[in-house]
Design a protein around this ligand. Structure first.
Ligand code: BES
Ligand code: MN
Ligand code: ZN
Length: 496
């Protein structure tokens, strides 16, 4: 797909399909006025006749003859007072639903001059171009690698987005949005790849490929022997029941000054979670291939950085293992010594995410991080608490937590904070080791984060539980690409 920005008069762009916005009452954007004029008042007439209501996210295709365009797609953008960024996103998604498999080979999208409600940061033209770029890539995503019959090729080949001028800031914002969408799509590809292919060593190969593709990315992979030497026994304990050995994957992007402390992203990379000896029930177990969704979002974010090259240092660490039951697997009751020296009694082998993450959280101290953010499909309890809308956020630092929440609001990739009070910590008491790896049914997301917090005391740290947000179940089953938009936005606010 070819994407570009244009600031020529809309009648000067040759295109099959013009996309314009019509609000429900209220003043029209300039591009809508210009289109109406070029079409001799057709849009006004149809609005008067009641054919175009302007209801948010309504989409009408008007076929034309003897006009500069073969068709006009009219996107309803609702009432001025209801035009939140969230509703605008819905309208963009509805528009893409019509465009992506429609008959047009090319389209000119005139939606960036529709003004939105809310704070300045989300109502600027830059923010809208960023969002449009992201939605374009995100909505054009397909995953057909394993279908023997491929769907017919898309007709749509060229999308031009209308902007008010040719300022660099506008282009940068649009390109940042496109790159974010592509990062999300990479995250989706990794999450959707079946677990017989996507195993820890395969994930490590993806990281090595990133280093090959982008000069600004360096990759290092620790194998099980190196981890054993260091004492990363909890990652090893999780991987023990699998024929696929675990890996610790490190990727570095250094776009900032040498002395700038790096932001560290840590991803849970369980390439399949059977539960281990504490075996999960069979129904829906296939979906546990996305238990590497945290690491997939780290990969996607690194790709965005590599493509947009912001001035910031970021280190990514992925703890990859497969949680399987066999004669070598960890048992409930096993006690292991973590890289930190603290001991853990594994009371449930299905609480494996925190086990691989705790060693990674200890390992990252060596990077002297500015802040550490870990991403993990950590608890089913988070889906019960927040559903598929919000990522669970827990942190030992209010400022960091608020910045991540704000990044989620700006991008619509929202998170919601849960408390990490000391009072919850005692749920992890063990009779035999320093701590247990589970804290009972109450507050399951919080006690999982309490466990992690014990390994993250030396730096500013936040944990994102993406069990509910990284994956769609049901008919639209598949990875979502979240929380890449949140992470990219957060990192960009810290780029020099
Ligand atoms: N990967 C799961 C969490 C999960 C469940 C993610 C469903 C997405 C959908 C995690 O490893 C797990 O099994 N957690 C247990 C923890 C429990 C044993 C304390 C859970 O949530 O049941
Ligand atoms: Mn599990
Ligand atoms: Zn898991």
């Amino acid at each position: 797909m070819n994407f570009s920005l244009s600031s020529k008069a809309i009648t000067a762009t040759k295109t099959d399909c013009l996309v314009i916005a019509v609000p429900e009452k209220g003043e029209w954007p300039e591009t809508t006025k210009a289109a109406d004029e070029a079409l001799g008042g057709l849009i006004k007439q149809l609005e008067k006749a009641g054919d175009l209501t302007g209801k948010n996210a309504s989409v009408n295709t008007l076929p034309l003859v003897d006009q500069p365009w073969q068709r006009v797609v009219v996107v309803g953008t609702g009432k001025d007072s209801d035009r939140t960024p969230a509703n605008f996103r819905k309208a963009l998604i509805a528009m893409m639903g019509v465009l992506k498999d429609g008959p047009s080979k090319s389209a000119l999208i005139c939606l960036a001059d529709t003004s939105l409600q809310g704070e300045d940061a989300v109502s600027s033209e830059e923010a809208r171009l960023n969002l449009i770029g992201r939605i374009l890539e995100d909505q054009l995503y397909t995953f057909t690698e394993f279908k023997s019959e491929k769907p017919p090729a898309r007709k749509l080949k060229k999308v031009v987005v209308q902007a008010s001028g040719s300022a660099k800031a506008l282009k940068d914002a649009f390109n940042q949005g496109l790159a974010t969408g592509r990062g999300m799509n990479y995250t989706k590809d990794l999450g959707n790849t079946p677990p017989n292919i996507c195993h820890p060593v395969w994930l490590a190969e993806q990281a090595k490929n990133m280093a090959k593709e982008y000069d600004c990315i360096k990759t290092e992979v620790l194998d099980e022997k190196q981890m054993e030497k260091l004492g990363m026994n909890t990652i090893l304990a999780v991987g023990k029941g699998s024929k696929q050995p675990p890996r610790l994957i490190v990727m570095e992007y250094r776009g900032g000054k040498a002395k700038d402390k790096p932001y560290v992203l840590v991803g849970k990379g369980i390439t399949f979670d059977t539960g281990g000896i504490s075996l999960k029930p069979g129904e829906g177990m296939d979906e546990m291939k996305y238990d590497m969704g945290g690491s997939a979002s780290v990969f996607g974010t690194m790709k965005v950085l590599a493509e947009t090259k912001p001035k910031i240092n970021v280190v990514a660490v992925i703890a990859a293992a497969e949680n399987m039951p066999d004669g070598g697997a960890s048992r409930p009751g096993d006690i292991v010594t973590t890289l930190s020296g603290m001991t853990v009694e594994i009371l449930n082998t299905d609480a494996e995410g925190r086990l691989v993450l705790c060693d990674a959280l200890t390992y990252v101290k060596k990077f002297d991080p500015e802040a550490v953010v870990d991403m993990a499909t950590l608890t089913g309890a988070c889906i019960i608490a927040l559903g598929n809308q919000a990522t669970g956020l827990l942190s030992n630092n209010d400022e960091l937590a608020n910045e991540l929440l704000a990044a989620g609001e700006r991008t619509g990739d929202r998170a919601w904070r849960l408390p990490l009070w000391d009072e919850y910590q005692s749920q992890l008491d063990s009779n035999f080791a320093d701590m247990a790896n589970i804290g009972g049914r109450p507050a399951g997301t919080i006690t999982a984060a309490c466990f992690l917090s014990r390994f993250a005391k030396d730096y500013r740290w936040a944990h994102l539980d993406i069990a509910g947000t990284a994956w769609n179940s049901g008919k639209a089953k598949g990875a979502t690409g979240r929380p890449v938009p949140l992470l990219v936005d957060y990192l960009m606010t810290h780029a020099g």
